[in-house]
Design a protein. Structure first.
Lengths: 162, 169
């Protein structure tokens, strides 16, 4: 009995337990820190995405400015892509297309929706009369993150300013 | 005597025990150092990305604001954009400098250097202004590539936007 009591050093089991606890704690800390850091990395993409969405809205206004018929020729509720046409000899211009055109790892689409107004000219979601000279524009931006796809959208109304 | 010797020996560590402990210790140390390296690397990466994001935001907002306030385009060629504001009395200009910063110029007749829009350490690798004329309005498309680096960790990112000169309608 005395012999057993003399062994004061830690046994292999204790060491293994200590190491396991240490490893678990270390692992948790690293996972937490990585999660925080990847969140910070997402910041850059979301800033870039916000500018792309803003560009989408401006591009549609440019399409509208060059001729309202460019807008009225598009189908409602159909996703279109935007591309920058530099082929024209007079001026570069934004154009709508159904051909996929991605920007880096971002996908940008827009769609138009009809606008209805009541007797007082206010925009209403149900009923009312169709306003041929106004459209609701929604620009969608999506990009792939580590595990999922992030989507952002911007929307506004455009009118035929002639 | 023999039993006494054996008893004394059993209080210490055997060679096998020592080997196991040292091996475990080494393994733990390796894991710790490896994860430390990973954390430090991603920390550096996040610092650089944050730097790019902030500079990109600052530079883009600065340019977009001035474009929207402008009425006409004086000059667009690659990385130089000069526009007129306030009935032609104010001239603003953006250009990249030889040390890769984005400089802002402003003045009544000849625009003078106001200062850089990008901080030191962030380089404007490319800056392309493209004019757009719809017949009713003018617009400028911006494509800008920024580069930042910290201890060998290089991050590059493109920013794109288009803005209509609100004064051109």
């Amino acid at each position: 009995m005395n012999k057993v009591n003399l062994k004061k050093g830690s046994g292999i089991v204790e060491i293994i337990i200590a190491i396991s606890i240490f490893t678990v704690i270390l692992g948790t800390l690293i996972t937490a820190s990585n999660l925080y850091l990847s969140g910070a990395a997402e910041n850059l993409k979301s800033t870039k995405g916000a500018y792309l969405a803003e560009e989408g809205i401006e591009a549609i206004k440019i399409i509208r400015d060059s001729n309202w018929s460019n807008i009225s020729a598009l189908n409602d509720n159909v996703n279109y892509y935007l591309y920058f046409d530099t082929s024209s000899s007079t001026s570069n211009i934004w154009k709508a297309t159904t051909t996929t055109s991605n920007i880096d790892l971002f996908v940008r689409t827009f769609k138009l929706n009809p606008v209805y107004r009541d007797a007082n000219g206010r925009i209403i979601s149900n009923g009312g009369a169709l306003d041929q000279n106004t459209k609701k524009v929604t620009v969608d931006i999506s990009w792939k993150t580590k595990n999922a796809t992030t989507t952002k959208n911007l929307s506004t109304y455009i009118t035929n300013i002639i | 005597m023999i039993t006494n010797f054996k008893k004394q020996n059993s209080t210490g560590f055997t060679l096998v025990e020592m080997i196991i402990y040292v091996t475990l210790m080494t393994l733990v140390t390796i894991i710790t150092i490896q994860s430390l390296i990973v954390v430090l690397k991603s920390n550096r990466n996040s610092f650089v990305e944050n730097n790019i994001r902030n500079s990109g935001y600052g530079a883009m907002e600065g340019m977009l604001r001035e474009i929207r306030l402008s009425e006409s385009i004086d000059q667009v060629s690659g990385g130089i954009l000069q526009m007129k504001q306030n009935g032609g009395t104010n001239i603003v200009k953006f250009a990249t400098s030889s040390n890769y910063s984005l400089d802002f110029y402003e003045g009544t007749d000849t625009p003078t250097l106001f200062g850089p829009l990008t901080p030191k350490g962030v380089l404007v690798k490319s800056l392309i202004f493209t004019p757009i004329n719809t017949g009713k309005s003018l617009a400028v498309r911006i494509q800008m590539e920024l580069e930042a680096n910290k201890e060998g960790q290089i991050v590059r990112e493109w920013f794109y936007d288009t803005a209509i000169l609100r004064g051109s309608y």
